[in-house]
Design a protein around this ligand. Structure first.
Ligand code: FUB
Length: 466
């Protein structure tokens, strides 16, 4: 049997890239000029600030390339202006790479502290550093000259990333962080740059994976975070769960899922109230050419129930509105029965036209080493009329081959059934196989694909049209 190679690509070198631009229309994504990820949100005066990571992986890249962080500003939560790279690895001479998910908090002294995970070049991998500036836009400088948290910090997380910093009404500052199921919390001193007391392991945060975001509403503490358990997301993908507590260090009570999985494998929340409206800020792979390592920050409105629980956020599609007959897949959320951890489900609806069935330059969906029938699926928040699909199959000349057969199905409200009047479901390589059928109105469309003996199946692009 043919086998796929799994090539690990390490993240890139130091550098500061300044990219600025005029306002663009939200809701999704906040910009298409660059790829952005890992949002944190802060309101100062009448301005909403989004602090984001910056994905610079090449098309088809297999790992994060992140060197700096950008700041976006808005006064309407709809149009955002990129204020450029306001912090970079170059600001931390002791750091060597991996400018991952940070957050900014205003100190009691009126200065702004930007907490960021970076590869600290020391023992272990990721450390948390902190930079300080006199305004929400900086300029920011390293506040410590070394990590605030590292692997040598007693009881630190197995992966010290994704700090979220919260100031309580009494002025006490808390930091939560971690990954690899290792949530940690500590008090910070009022100088904002040192830990006060011990690092604790908070109790009651079910299925925590990474990306915590802490806030308070009506006297209740909330902790949203990325979880990747099978009860809420496909293998390799994350959903956002949340918990509440009556004490800032817990114990926490799990309350449910506030954001379903998105089109990128990672998922990262920032929840904030701005001008009387609550928002969920997050990232996905929906921008043209996007993927797991080319993500885009977006935001959607978040609504509350009377009992203080959060309603699940409806993921809207912002400005990506297909023209009549255009590709409805661009506005869909894909899911699958199985995707290999190194492949990219989001590649199937990134709008890219492959040059051949071997062209996975924009990523590919593949289900090696599963054999038999697997499926990919599109879901829309509202019903779409669909009467035509096209499928560009992936063939890597290793473990993934063209399928033996395929079948298009739709959700009729209670079950998946074959689309009516389906023309042949083509399985040819190096072409977009068009299948037509009697138009159906549905929120879910599925493609079942059955492998040839000894092989798995894959898809480079699957379009859907009215
Ligand atoms: O962007 C790199 C990492 O991916 C972040 O630190 C995590 O939260 C995940 O989004």
């Amino acid at each position: 049997m043919k086998r796929r190679r799994w090539t690990a690509v390490l993240a890139g070198a130091l550098g500061l890239v300044l990219v600025t631009g005029g306002p663009v229309t939200a809701a999704a994504p906040i910009t298409t000029a660059i790829y952005t990820a890992d949002p944190a949100a802060l309101v100062v005066g009448d301005t909403l600030y989004l602090y984001t990571g910056h994905d610079e992986a090449p098309a088809g890249g297999g790992n994060f390339v992140m060197r700096d962080w950008h700041v976006f500003t808005s006064t309407n939560a709809t149009t955002f202006t990129d204020q450029g790279a306001r912090l970079s690895l170059a600001n931390f001479p002791w750091a060597g790479g991996d400018a991952w998910a940070g957050e900014v908090e205003r100190g009691a002294n009126g200065r702004y502290y930007w907490y960021v995970p970076v590869n600290g070049n020391g023992p272990g991998w990721m450390d948390i550093g902190v930079a300080v500036g006199d305004s929400p836009l900086g300029p920011f400088t390293d506040a410590r000259g070394g990590p605030l948290v590292s692997d040598s910090t007693p009881n630190s997380s197995p992966l010290n990333i994704d700090p979220t910093v919260f100031t309580d009404d009494d002025g006490q500052v808390y930091m939560y962080w971690g990954s690899y199921y290792g949530l940690r919390a500590a008090r910070l001193n009022s100088n904002m740059t040192s830990i006060n007391g011990s690092v604790i392991t908070p109790a009651g945060v079910s299925n925590f994976w990474e990306a915590p975001w802490m806030f308070k509403r009506n006297g209740v503490y909330y902790l949203a975070y990325a979880a990747n358990d099978s009860a809420c997301s496909s293998p390799g993908y994350a959903c956002i769960r949340y918990a509440t507590a009556s004490n800032p260090l817990g114990p926490w009570t799990h309350r449910g899922v506030v954001l379903d999985q998105v089109s990128s494998t990672t998922n990262h929340p920032a929840i904030i109230e701005y001008k009387g409206q609550w928002y969920m800020v997050y990232h996905n792979a929906a921008a043209p050419g996007g993927g797991n390592f080319r993500r885009s920050v977006t935001l959607d409105k978040l609504y509350w129930n009377a009992d203080g629980t959060m309603q699940k956020v409806v993921q809207t599609t912002g400005p990506i509105t297909p023209p009549p007959g255009g590709n409805l897949a661009l506005t869909a959320t894909p899911s699958t029965s199985y995707v290999s951890p190194w492949e990219t489900l989001g590649a199937i609806n990134d709008g890219f036209t492959p040059a051949s069935s071997a062209d996975h330059s924009h990523g590919a969906y593949g289900n090696w080493d599963h054999q038999g029938t697997e499926w990919i699926e599109y879901r829309w928040p509202a019903a779409q009329t669909v009467g035509r699909v096209s499928t560009y199959w992936f063939d890597d000349n290793q473990g993934i081959d063209l399928p033996a057969s395929c079948q298009v199905q739709y959700w009729n409200g209670s079950a998946y059934v074959n689309v009516p009047g389906q023309s042949a479901c083509g399985v040819a390589g190096n072409t977009a196989n068009v299948t037509t059928f009697t138009p159906v109105s549905t929120t879910r469309l599925r493609l079942n694909m059955t492998s040839r003996t000894g092989y798995s199946t894959g898809v480079l692009e699957w379009t859907a049209h009215s």
